[in-house]
Design a protein around this ligand. Sequence first.
Ligand code: PLP
Length: 397
Amino acid sequence: MTPKPFPIAQRVSRMRESPTLAVMMEAKRLKSQGVDVIDFGPGEPDFPTPEPICRAAAAAISAGHTHYTDPAGIIELRQAISAWHAEHHGTDYDASEVLVGCGAKNLLFLLCLALFESGDRVALFSPYWVSFPEQIRLSEAEPVIIQTDPETGFVPTAALLETACDRGARAVILNSPCNPTGATIPVEEMDRIVSVIEKRNLLLISDECYEAFVYTEEEGGSFARFHRRIRDRLIIVNSFSKKFAMTGWRVGYLLGPEEILRAVRKLQSHDATHTSSISQWAAVAAIQEAQGSVRAMREEFRQRRDLLLKAFKKIPGISCSIPTGAFYAFPNLEGLYRGAGVSSTAELSAKILREARVATVPGEAFGRGGHVRISYALSRDRLLTGLDRLRQFAESV
Ligand code: PLP
């Protein structure tokens, strides 16, 4: 008799398998067979980690910075983060209001565990980054999902946030620039959102992982600029992953009320303890020595975005709101359904991969079918080849 497998806990069996997985696995399979797939899937910059960061990591190893650190992160890094925010956003967070962790994803998870429980409702704008709803559910709270409008570029608004409050939300997670739409919230709208936070006594968790990649003239980007109005109700989540092409180094951070950070620190001390000591020293060098590389990456992404939008205009059946940040576009492909004989972007993405050898991420993964996410974190050559294949596909169906 074969023994019965040990049952998996409900909290995990309830989780949804990522709908992005099917297309990504198939793309991987095709690539391993030598098929030249143009991959519009990556959620990370295609640039190498800048040299000064790598050098600082090697120096940290030589200097023996290879032991446990404070669970909140080394003081040198927390001070560098606090100083950078003071200079760029006029904040006055001190090092005790900064907590470093294993990437923004893990910190968001710990935040959900520290703040939410059964019976809580947390607002989230759709299309959303795939991990937000799962992390909210893992904390036993319930996501209140608010649809944004493609006509207005998928921008979350104060008016929409009010509707979430009416549905019982006591906190909101915002993500501007947004993965997957590339939408950024204009400063005036941020101001109105902050008024709702004040009026309705909400907690705002602002995921600003793509803050470095904004392509509009106006400043904005970070809710940190409003921190004096909502200091006790604002948590900024940020990361070194995208900004410094450091996804594998696993460094993210929180800025916010000390009491909340103490709770996250407590959780982290029983979880990963802290992120790698070596990565933390490398992150200090990132802030102090790699800002020029960030500017160069931003400029390159901006030019690729412009190439992409120009190419979209020549592809029948595709329409796209202008992404003003991150390195994603989220075009509507419903115009291709009929010709392609499909009724969802999940099916359409699979067909595009099979027939055009182009991998896209179907919008269903982000709570919005009819669209696909296209990442332009690949070389201009590959980008243009992929767009040409998409055009040929669209013209053939
Ligand atoms: N938040 C958003 C919106 C993201 O898109 C990602 C990564 O894709 C993360 C957080 C996670 O970043 P990190 O690598 O810092 O965990």
